[in-house]
Design a protein around this ligand. Structure first.
Ligand code: XMP
Length: 310
């Protein structure tokens, strides 16, 4: 069966599972949730309510960018401002799994439960892919979007059923479906970005100030490497500081790590050998950020490293 037939099958499955009910889905702007949004709207029309939750953890300009891209496709999306809830839940946390759990909990138990109640939705359409499930089962990481596979019954815990149309696909398959669905290339070919967003790239506490730093570094790296063709590239803020010199004075400043990897589906990854001039240019711009005086390039493949830092 080609992808066209597969798409019809997915649309049919969503229609059947939801019946006459109303469903809801959260769009993050990544390829997985973008594909689910388009499939869901094909299947359910205005019985699917799509929300974009601003968690405060997003990249610069992301809410505006995603809302416009879907408005251009004629798909209505509601912007939900949950920044204070997420920042409140993350305050004081430094352990990686505690941070991930706080994000999962805020997303599903608080923000989503409320939206589901308000909308009367009986189902949540979710962009879980096969790799998310496999890595969670293998105990490598508790992906924030995995519920049933770690023993959480969403119906019981949160009051809605979860439908996961993409759970047999890996990232390359999702992109294929995205192209066939006619998603704009900028969305279909977007580099992966994790659901817990910039929180996965802050070692230690997530605060508004630290988010600002990693957000600015992310924008620099994404712009500098936009045409490099790598699978994923990112910036990470470490929890340590290092001594440096700024304006002739000693400064105990922050450290940003740049990562650029090649991979097929993120299960394994190798490090891209970026040209030195590119690395020097990135370093210059990153160390121009306030209180950042070191920029490191991460040479570690996956395994033993993961792609993200938490
Ligand atoms: P790791 O860090 O586990 O990342 O090697 C593998 C791929 O998955 C992305 N990633 C996530 N995606 N929710 C997601 O939707 C998550 O919780 C999550 N954690 C990591 C990561 O960006 C990489 O592409």
């Amino acid at each position: 069966m080609g992808y066209e037939g597969f798409i019809d099958e997915l649309v049919g499955e969503i229609r059947e599972a939801v019946g006459d009910a109303v469903a809801i889905n959260a769009l993050s702007g990544g390829v997985d949730s973008s594909v689910v949004t388009v499939l869901g709207h094909r299947a359910l029309g205005d019985r699917l309510k799509t929300v974009f939750v601003d968690t405060a953890l997003m990249r610069a300009g992301e809410p505006e960018y995603v809302m416009k891209a879907f408005a251009d496709m004629g798909i209505p999306v509601e912007l939900v401002d949950a920044r204070d809830e997420f920042l409140g839940a993350l305050a004081g946390l430094t352990d990686p799994e505690d941070k991930r759990n706080a994000i999962t909990d805020t997303f599903y138990a608080k923000v989503f439960s409320r939206l589901v109640k308000e909308s009367g939705a009986k189902f949540l359409l979710h962009g879980t892919i096969l790799t998310d499930i496999e890595e969670t089962i293998a105990g490598i990481k508790r992906q924030h979007n995995i519920l049933a596979q770690v023993g959480i019954d969403p119906e019981e815990a949160y009051g809605y059923g979860v439908i996961e149309p993409l759970k047999t696909l890996r990232k390359d398959g999702v992109r294929e479906v995205a192209r066939k669905l006619g998603l704009p290339a900028e969305l279909a070919e977007r580099i992966p970005f994790p659901g817990p967003a910039l929180a996965t790239r802050i070692v230690g506490e997530v605060t508004p100030e630290r988010l600002e730093t990693v957000r600015a570094a992310t924008a620099i790296v994404e712009e500098a490497l936009a045409d490099c063709g790598a699978f994923q590239y990112l910036a990470v803020l470490l929890n340590d500081c290092a001594t440096g010199i700024r304006d002739g004075k000693r400064e105990f400043g922050q450290i940003i790590v740049v990562r650029c990897i090649d991979s097929v589906d993120a299960r394994e990854a190798t490090v891209r050998e970026l040209p030195w001039d590119k690395l020097h240019a990135i370093t210059q711009r990153i160390t121009d950020l306030p209180n950042v005086n070191r920029c490191l390039y991460d040479l570690t493949p996956k395994p033993p490293a993961t792609v993200e830092y938490i």
